[in-house]
Design a protein around this ligand. Structure first.
Ligand code: SF4
Length: 318
């Protein structure tokens, strides 16, 4: 069936002074099926947030195409654009920064409904907001309170209710739990899973937190320096990672049991993601890869299909 989101050869470059170009997203292709959760993972600076935001049209693109149910997102205008703006919503990382502190909860949650005229009376507006608060696990009696009166987890619930208010089909969740206390992260993950089930939602989930992504995603893309280096189902990726970068990311996931932690080899991942300004022409991971050869530095590895939808870009895996 037709994917809800199809991204082909998407590029997003930024000028970086003189002739230099920052290649934040460099020829990325993927698709998301209706009802699916696709995770995009990588360290900070790998391009995952820019990729997600460009894919849903929050940023203009440099090249390539991004289709929502077959329609070019970056060319949508008029009524089509307005409908798309309801159907695709974003849940941001920092719920406090994304909520205007001067607005009451009712006005924060209803903002999208106000813009798109989704009620016929003030009473209906209030009822809809109360119902949304219940859906996300907030007590509707707090409808006239201000965001500072809520904890971080509750503010993220407000952020989710705000996104749900316009009845979206696809949610871009950009690091939805990383600003929250560890103790309440699992609650938000479970809420996102429950809402997906109840409302048949589709998520594009951006995160550096591989253990959270594993718990939530059906399929995962691993990005490094603007490119996809591996793609697979979540199950396959965590049990049979192929790319040295993915292996290092998975090896670095903390294990809660301290005895297990001690017995485990240290992560091979050293240093940080290099600058995406004028990246090297060969494998972009070569500078940090323990298996790099001269070939890796000269020749870019193509993203190859290993069967079962598992794709990997590494000379070692061919
Ligand atoms: Fe490492 Fe070479 Fe594979 Fe790149 S292509 S990940 S440098 S082995």
């Amino acid at each position: 069936s037709q994917p809800i989101l199809q991204v082909e050869h998407l590029k997003k470059y930024f000028p970086a002074g003189g002739r230099k170009v920052l290649r934040a997203v460099d020829d990325v292709s993927f698709s998301v099926q209706e009802g699916e959760i696709l995770g995009i993972v990588g360290e900070s600076g790998c391009g995952k947030t820019t990729c997600g935001r460009t894919a849903i049209g929050l940023y203009s693109k440099t090249d390539g195409v991004s289709l929502y149910r077959g329609e070019d997102i970056h060319r949508m205008r008029g009524a089509k654009r307005r409908a798309f703006c309801c159907q695709v919503q974003t849940v941001f990382q920092d719920p406090y920064a994304s909520l205007d502190p001067k607005n009451k909860v009712i006005d924060l949650i209803a903002e999208g409904m106000d813009i798109h005229h989704l009620y016929t009376s003030q009473a209906e507006r209030r009822e809809k907001v109360q119902a949304l608060m219940e859906q996300v696990g907030l007590n509707p009696s707090g409808i006239d309170r201000y965001p500072y009166e809520f904890s971080g987890g509750m503010r993220q619930r407000i952020g989710i209710a705000r996104a749900l208010a316009v009845e979206p089909r696809l949610l871009l969740c950009d690091e939805p739990i990383s600003a929250l206390d560890v103790s309440i992260q699992a609650q938000i993950v479970n809420l996102l899973l429950d809402l997906r089930e109840q409302k048949s939602l589709t998520y594009l989930l951006i995160s550096h937190d591989l253990s959270m992504v594993r718990h939530l995603s059906d399929r995962i893309l691993v990005m490094y320096l603007g490119e996809v280096v591996e793609e697979s189902t979540a199950q396959e990726l965590y049990t049979h990672p192929l790319h040295p970068y993915t292996k290092a990311l998975i090896a670095a996931i903390p294990i809660p049991d301290p005895k297990v932690e001690r017995a485990r080899p240290r992560s091979v991942l050293q240093g940080q993601v290099p600058s995406p300004v004028d990246p090297p022409s060969g494998c972009r991971f070569a500078g940090r890869c323990p298996y790099a050869t001269d070939r890796c530095r000269m020749e870019k590895p193509a993203l190859c299909d290993m069967g079962g939808g598992h794709r990997v870009a590494c000379h070692l895996c061919r």
